[in-house]
Design a protein around this ligand. Structure first.
Ligand code: AMP
Ligand code: MG
Length: 422
């Protein structure tokens, strides 16, 4: 069910669009967006980065048989009680070619990694632990092995009939390989999320245009493209839209007709003398927020037609931070992914930081290991919301939470690492 902005606002206690905590923004957006329904069937290569639409139950066990984890000799481990053992080698088991004969007490089978354990044998002595006594006789030393060692169990990775992957799983390289390990050639994933983006602002230059006084090249278009592409979204790039009502209206209508979500940058600040906000208001059901955060603060959120709108601020760092803090989790929910907040690391601050309680601050940080091997973080320096180079230098965002105050040298702080989040 889709709820209007007013209905969602009524569900949230103490909702104040002029002073919204980062936490309240997250709660609001979780109610605003709904998961995709359409799915498609893809192979394990195209499945990379996609979200699994249905639980995947193992049609077979992996591995399908007990097998050897080492190159060595397989024997019945019950005999280890009387080690050292002298064993007669009666045959060879190869990967893909099982040993068919029977093996009695005092006997063993030469076995290769991955070869099926012959019936009745449960232990493998690695080749390098043995001493060759004669062509067909080896000695297993005492004290090195326990019964069952170096045997991989049938189904120890995946057991037939059990869930192997749950719906909502974002398929990474390991999951794609796991799908293939089950012999599955096609999996059902949600279709790609379509996200339209455009930059607003008369001072924004597109690549190829000559520089002019007071104008800046559009970087948001590229950072947002990267952030969306990393999430596996289909990006509809509508470029820079000038501050003219007719052009803005056309861009919003075009985006709403084609995209599940629309992201814009710029033009949502208080007192902004442009038409972006007015057009959002005219065409959609939109809330204009001031969020208790830094960088970021202004943001517009709502719906235009069937599309969800994220009107981000214009400053390049604010765009990336609001994306990571709010848009990313909302898009993941739309993509059908199970909610997964990035795991925050804790690091000791190498410097003091001024911080007012009552807002969430995201500082660009560089996490390293100190001499003792513990994680330490320092800021990248200038934390201005237009200093995009700070996002390049940093390897994570230091998250100073809403209630937190000043940070002293040596205090523990939370860090959202970029690796995995960006
Ligand atoms: P605004 O939120 O529109 O007031 O923009 C805040 C600041 O961000 C201004 O200095 C803009 O020039 C800058 N800015 C806005 N959009 C972009 C963009 N697409 N690329 C780079 N800088 C931008
Ligand atoms: Mg502007």
């Amino acid at each position: 069910m889709t709820l209007s902005i007013e209905q969602i606002a009524a569900q949230l206690q103490g909702y104040d669009p002029q002073a919204l905590s980062a936490e309240a923004v997250g709660e609001f957006l979780a109610r605003l967006v709904t998961p995709l329904r359409e799915t498609e069937s893809v192979g394990p290569r195209e499945a990379l980065g996609r979200v699994l639409a249905r639980d995947l139950v193992s049609p077979l066990s992996v591995p399908p048989h007990d097998n050897s984890a080492m190159d060595g000799f397989a024997f019945d481990g019950a005999q280890l009680a009387s080690a050292p053992l002298q064993l007669q080698v009666v045959g060879t088991a190869l990967a893909g070619k099982a040993w068919q004969g029977t093996v009695g007490p005092g006997q063993c089978v030469k076995i290769m990694t991955g070869a099926i354990m012959p019936p009745g044998l449960d232990t493998v002595v690695p080749q390098e632990f043995t001493r060759t006594l004669a062509d067909d006789r080896i000695e297993v030393p005492a004290g090195l092995l326990r019964p069952g060692d170096n045997r991989r169990r049938k189904g120890e990775d995946l057991m037939e009939g059990r869930p192997a992957l749950a719906a909502g799983e974002r398929l990474g390289p390991a999951a794609c390989g796991l799908v293939a390990s089950l012999g599955i050639a096609q999996v059902e994933v949600f279709r790609r999320l379509r996200v339209a983006y455009f930059s607003t602002g008369d001072e924004i230059l597109s690549l190829g245009e000559p520089p002019r006084e007071g104008a800046v090249y559009d970087s948001n278009r590229y950072t947002v493209h990267g952030l969306l592409a990393r999430r596996g979204c289909e990006v509809i790039d509508l470029g820079v839209v000038r501050d003219e009502p007719a052009l803005l209206e056309q861009a919003f209508r075009d985006a709403a007709g084609r995209a599940d979500a629309i992201i814009t940058s710029g033009g949502v600040s208080v007192g902004e003398a442009d038409y972006t906000k007015a057009m959002m208001k005219k065409l959609g059901d939109v809330a204009f927020w001031r969020i208790a955060m830094r960088p970021g603060r202004p943001m517009a959120v709502g719906r235009i037609g069937e599309s969800v709108l994220f009107g981000l601020p214009g400053n390049p760092v604010a765009v990336m931070v609001t994306f990571l803090a709010f848009v990313r989790p909302a898009l993941l929910r739309m993509m059908g992914a199970r909610a997964t907040a990035p795991v925050l690391l804790q690091a000791r601050s190498a410097e003091a930081m001024r911080k007012k309680p009552g807002r969430t601050e995201y500082q660009r940080g560089i996490v390293t290991r100190d001499a003792a091997g513990a994680l330490e973080v320092r800021t990248t320096g200038n934390q201005g919301s237009g200093v995009l180079s700070s996002m390049v230098q940093g390897n994570g965002l230091i998250v100073l939470h809403h209630g937190q105050g000043n940070v002293a040298v040596g205090d523990a702080v939370d860090v959202m690492m970029f690796e995995g989040a960006i």
